[in-house]
Ligand binder design. Structure first.
Ligand code: TEU
Ligand code: CA
Length: 580
């Protein structure tokens, strides 16, 4: 382990600045709020914080639309605040990584303003501009049928210069033209080196596989005959030059011993992932695969008529796909169940039906995360088992552009059909990105302790359950979800050989209620048994487990007996196999 890279055995805590801690009472989280919470973060036993975009931005997509890489969004603070934060982290032995958003910029970035100013501007080619097509009736059409990830065409017509520009996300997020070497240099210098020189320890790299598009921009196959736009992931993800760009980017990073974790949607094979993360490739340190967090979303969760649901075997397969990345390879992988783009894991994979099931299933999920190989990521609020907002909330409480576009489009397409809109709300209640963006629940005080009691209303409504679910209460309770996470984080460090680096093997794969696996390294084996159901399940010692002499290391149920209670987990390890 000593010889391994520092980031392999790290636990990374993800912070969404708008919703973490509001220090000055304007209803928006801020950098001084993060600085004041560093003792709390350290107490969790984490090693690194990942800060979601804090750059200057019109906030159409919550900062993933960057207007200036070298300044900070006013309500969050200043570059100087960032320097203070970096310093304060390092003083505590914490590292800090930033979000690198360079597939696109905001349409308010000076590069794009120049690019759109005229067809002959020197920066015209820094974005992806194409002429219109015309149909048989002479009507203007976009260059192809690609659908934007937030709905509608991926092309926007620019009246003054009479061309379309590409935006894989919202209209205000034009895609940067990575084909242009000058543009790439500007990205490296302005977005990366500026912050690396200030001491940041790496980046979470947004939409990392979308920089190289299909060079001919062909139409996507028609999967949705009712629409004039089509999902086109296979044509804009993992394009022909992507690995060349990754290696070039890595040359910049390697000067600083910086880590990277790339966001890798729509890449589902081990070979496809390894092309980015094999150490020999010299591209990225690790990536986020989407198989697990996409469970129950369907291919494209927009325009659903029913929720697809998921089953435990699918979850096992998804977990396997992350563990396979390191099996006999020189690559590294990640472990995560939540981020700022997902509903809360307890609501999705556990149960928020009763307080008892909520607490128990939150701990079960912590046990799963804590025992899988890879770099561990915990999203703010996950450590206290925060859950989704309730179904009663109306669309007015949802702020995310992805949610509101989806609602607006369904409302338009269905002529405000109440049944169709009710499906939208069902789907949003389950999957919307908003759920992870509700204010962090710090205490029983007004505004969940996120904003001072006397202050402006928080930018998103806090979950009504904050008097029951909050940091303050859980810190005092040794049986809380928070205490369990702290315990798991410590255990993960203690048994890193097995838990972080060990080999993963599923036992009794067909079982749709219980997820059983072993982690093995050298002469130590840990058995993990997770009851994902809300009923009691029989526990049968797997035949492949040889030793009769097991020691129970951890369980989320007091007085564990041989049967597994709802959402009960146990983890056992042979007593004689490790030194105490
Ligand atoms: O997300 C990229 C992405 O492909 C998805 O996770 C996406 O958010 C989801 O499919 C939409 O339904 C990243 C960021 O994590 C996200 O917050 C940004 O909105 C997006 O890039 C654009 O920068
Ligand atoms: Ca504030």
């Amino acid at each position: 382990i000593i010889s391994e890279k520092w980031w392999k055995n790290s636990i990374i805590y993800q912070i969404y600045p708008a919703s973490f801690k509001d220090s000055n009472g304007d209803g928006i989280g801020d950098i001084p709020g993060i600085i004041s919470s560093l003792d709390y973060i350290t107490s969790l036993g984490v090693d690194v914080i990942w800060l979601c975009p804090m750059y200057d931005s019109p906030q159409i997509d919550m900062g993933y639309d960057v207007a200036d890489y070298q300044s900070v969004y006013g309500p969050y603070g200043t570059v100087q605040d960032m320097e203070t934060l970096i310093d304060a982290c390092h003083k505590r032995g914490l590292r800090i990584i930033l979000d690198l958003v360079v597939n696109h910029t905001s349409d308010q970035h000076k590069w794009f303003k120049e690019s759109r100013s005229s067809k002959t501007d020197p920066k015209r080619d820094w974005y992806i501009w194409k002429p219109a097509k015309y149909d048989a009736d002479g009507n203007r059409q976009p260059p192809n049928n690609w659908r934007s990830i937030f709905g509608g065409s991926a092309w926007e017509w620019d009246e003054p210069t009479q061309e379309y520009y590409l935006h894989l996300f919202c209209v205000e997020q034009p895609d940067v033209n990575w084909e242009n070497p000058e543009t790439r240099q500007a990205v490296y210098e302005e977005a990366m080196e500026f912050w690396l020189q200030k001491g940041v320890d790496g980046f979470r790299v947004d939409t990392v596989n979308m920089y190289s598009k299909h060079p001919e921009y062909p139409n996507a196959p028609i999967l949705d005959p009712k629409s004039d736009t089509q999902p086109a992931f296979s044509l804009f993800c993992n394009g022909p030059r992507i690995h060349e760009y990754m290696r070039e980017m890595n040359d910049v990073l390697s000067k600083y011993d910086a880590m990277t974790v790339g966001e890798l949607p729509n890449t589902h094979t081990v070979e496809g992932v390894l092309r980015y993360v094999s150490a020999a490739e010299k591209q990225l340190s690790m990536v986020f695969q989407f198989d697990l967090v996409e469970l129950g979303q369907g291919k494209d969760y927009k325009f659903l008529t029913t929720l697809p649901g998921w089953n435990l075997r699918e979850l096992k397969t998804a977990v396997q796909s992350t563990q396979d990345i390191i099996k006999g390879t020189d690559a590294w992988t990640t472990v995560f169940m939540e981020n700022h783009d997902q509903g809360r894991s307890v609501s999705r994979f556990g149960s928020d039906k009763t307080p008892e099931l909520r607490v128990r299933s939150a701990k079960m999920l912590a046990m799963m995360q804590g025992t899988l190989s890879g770099t561990q990521f915990i999203y703010q609020g996950q450590e206290i088992g925060m859950v989704n907002a309730p179904r009663e909330w109306t669309i007015d409480e949802y702020k995310d552009i992805d949610s509101t576009n989806y609602y607006r489009m369904t409302s338009k397409m269905s002529g405000d059909d109440p049944a169709a809109l009710s499906v939208v709300m069902d789907s949003l209640q389950h999957l919307a990105r908003d759920h992870s963006r509700l204010p962090m629940q710090w205490s029983t005080e007004a505004n969940a302790g996120f904003s001072p009691a006397s202050s402006a209303k928080p930018w998103m409504r806090p979950n009504d359950n904050y008097p029951e679910i909050n940091v303050e209460l859980q810190e005092k309770d040794s049986s809380s979800v928070l205490s369990f996470w702290k315990y798991m984080n410590a255990l993960r460090k203690e048994y890193a050989d097995t838990l972080v680096f060990g080999e993963f093997e599923i036992i009794d794969e067909p079982n749709q209620s219980v997820f059983t696996y072993t982690k093995t390294n050298h002469d130590q084996t840990v058995l993990v048994v997770l009851n994902f159901s809300d009923t009691t399940q029989k526990f049968e010692k797997p035949a492949s487990v040889k030793s009769e002499d097991w020691k129970l290391l951890a369980s989320n149920v007091d007085g564990h007996n041989e049967d597994l209670q709802a959402f009960e987990v146990i983890r056992r390890t042979p007593r004689w196999r490790y030194a105490e």
